[in-house]
Write a protein that binds this ligand. Structure first.
Ligand code: ADP
Ligand code: MG
Length: 350
C-alpha cells in the first residue's frame, strides 16, 4: 500500500511542525501556500506555491494528496468547502466558517452556556456610541484578525473619534477585562468523546502577542478542571477532528471566560514538542489521518519563550544547555512583531 499523503494549507511554522510530525509517522506531506519563502518548504516532502483562490493550482494539489488539513483558520470557507468535495478536509470546513468570525464564534460559546466577555456587534460609529457601557473596551475586527491585528483599545468615545476607524468591515466591541491570568487548553479529539487533552498552559502576552507559555499553570483545581471540561465540550459540540486550542481569561474575581477558539495547533502548545511523549502536532496528524490514539503524558514541566522580531538574532549564535531547545522557524525576513522562533526550557530535566 502506498503511503498516505497529507495536504497542509499554509506553510508557516505550524505547517512546518505538522510536516515534521507526519514524517515521524511515515506520512507524506505536501504543503500548499502563497509564499515562495514559506519555511515549510524545508520540512514537507513537497510544496506547491499558489494563491488560495487559484482553482487550477488547488486542483493540482488536490490530485496529489489523500486528505487535507490547515495551519491557519482564515482560509475562505468557499475554498475549503470546494476542496472538501474532492478530498476530505479535517477539521471540517464549517468549523472554520463559524470560528473565523468573532461574532458567530462568541455566540456559539454562549449558546453552550459557557462564559465570554460581554460584547456587541459594531457596524458603524453610532453602534459604538450606543454601546458605551462596554467601555473601556477592545474593538476587534470580526474576521482576519490575529496577534492583536485589527484591534483598537478604546477608553472613551472621544478616543474612538480620534482613531478614525474605517468601518469597511464588521467589528465586535468587547468589554476590557482586568486580567488575572491567561490560560489555554489544547485538546485533540479523535472521535466521539475520544480526547487527548493537555493540562492548562499559562500564557503571558506582550502587546497582544504571546510571549511566554508555561506548565504547570498556577491555577487552582477548580479552574483546571473547568477549563478542560469546557474545552472538551466545545470540541465535542463542533465534532472536531484534530488538535484545537481554547484560550481563556481569568478575571480578577477568578471567573473563567473563554477568549477565543483556535481550530488548529497553537503557539501555546509548542512546549508539548519537548514536555510530552506526544506533541500537539503528532496528535493532530494521528487524529486527522485516523492513526492510533496514544495515551499522552507529560514528562517534563516546561516554559516556552517566543522569539519575536530581532530576538532571534541573539539566539542564533547562543549556546544552549541540554534542557534548552531552540527552534528557528527559518523565516527569510526578520520583521518587527513577527514570530521568528522559540526556545523551550525543560524545568525538571536532569
Ligand atoms: P488574537 O486573535 O489577535 O489573538 P485576542 O482576542 O486573543 O486576539 O487578543 C489578544 C490578546 O489581547 C489577549 O490574549 C489578551 O492578552 C488581550 N485581550 C484581548 N481581549 C481582551 C479583553 N476583552 N480584555 C483584556 N485583554 C484582552
Ligand atoms: Mg488570541
Amino acid at each position: 500500500m502506498s503511503k498516505t499523503c497529507l495536504g497542509i494549507l499554509g506553510g508557516g511554522q505550524l505547517g512546518s511542525f505538522l510536516a515534521q510530525a507526519a514524517k515521524k509517522l511515515k506520512i507524506k506531506t505536501i504543503v500548499y501556500c502563497d509564499d515562495t519563502d514559506a519555511p515549510a518548504k524545508y520540512f514537507a516532502d513537497d510544496i506547491i506555491i499558489g494563491s488560495y483562490d487559484e482553482p487550477k493550482k488547488i486542483d493540482k494539489f488536490i490530485k496529489k494528496i489523500d486528505l487535507v488539513t490547515f495551519e491557519f483558520e482564515n482560509i475562505p470557507y468557499d475554498i475549503l468547502s470546494t476542496i472538501n468535495k474532492k478530498k476530505r478536509v479535517l477539521p471540517s470546513p464549517y468549523i472554520n466558517q463559524l470560528i473565523q468570525n468573532r461574532f458567530t464564534e462568541k455566540n456559539f460559546i454562549n449558546d453552550l452556556s459557557l462564559k465570554t466577555t460581554n460584547f456587541e456587534l459594531i457596524k458603524n460609529f453610532s453602534d459604538l456610541r450606543n454601546n458605551k457601557n462596554l467601555l473601556p473596551g477592545i474593538l476587534k475586527t470580526c474576521t482576519l484578525g490575529y496577534d492583536g491585528k485589527g484591534q483598537y483599545v478604546i477608553s472613551t468615545i472621544e478616543d474612538a473619534e480620534k482613531l478614525d476607524i474605517s468601518f469597511n468591515n464588521e467589528f465586535i466591541l468587547e468589554k476590557k477585562i482586568e486580567l488575572k491570568k491567561e490560560i489555554s487548553v489544547i485538546v485533540t479529539r479523535y472521535g466521539k468523546n475520544k480526547f487527548e487533552t493537555y493540562e492548562p498552559i499559562e500564557n503571558v502576552h506582550k502587546d497582544q502577542i504571546l510571549s511566554v507559555s508555561q506548565i504547570p499553570a498556577k491555577i487552582d483545581k477548580l479552574i483546571n478542571d473547568q477549563s478542560i471540561f469546557w474545552s472538551q465540550k466545545i470540541a465535542e459540540k463542533l465534532d472536531f477532528i484534530g488538535t484545537m486550542c481554547v484560550e481563556f481569561f481569568l478575571d480578577k474575581d477568578d471567573k473563567l471566560l473563554v477568549n477565543e477558539i483556535a481550530p488548529r495547533v497553537h503557539n501555546s502548545g509548542h512546549l508539548t514538542l519537548n514536555s510530552h511523549n506526544v506533541s500537539q502536532f503528532e496528535n493532530h496528524v494521528r487524529a486527522v489521518c485516523g492513526l492510533q490514539k496514544v495515551s499522552t503524558k507529560k514528562i517534563y514541566n516546561a516554559k516556552m519563550i517566543n522569539l519575536i522580531g530581532e530576538d532571534i538574532l541573539i539566539y542564533k549564535s547562543k549556546k544552549f544547555n541540554h534542557n534548552e531547545f531552540f527552534y528557528d522557524y527559518k523565516k527569510k525576513e526578520v520583521k518587527n512583531k513577527r514570530k521568528m522562533g522559540h526556545l523551550t526550557i525543560l524545568e525538571n530535566k536532569k
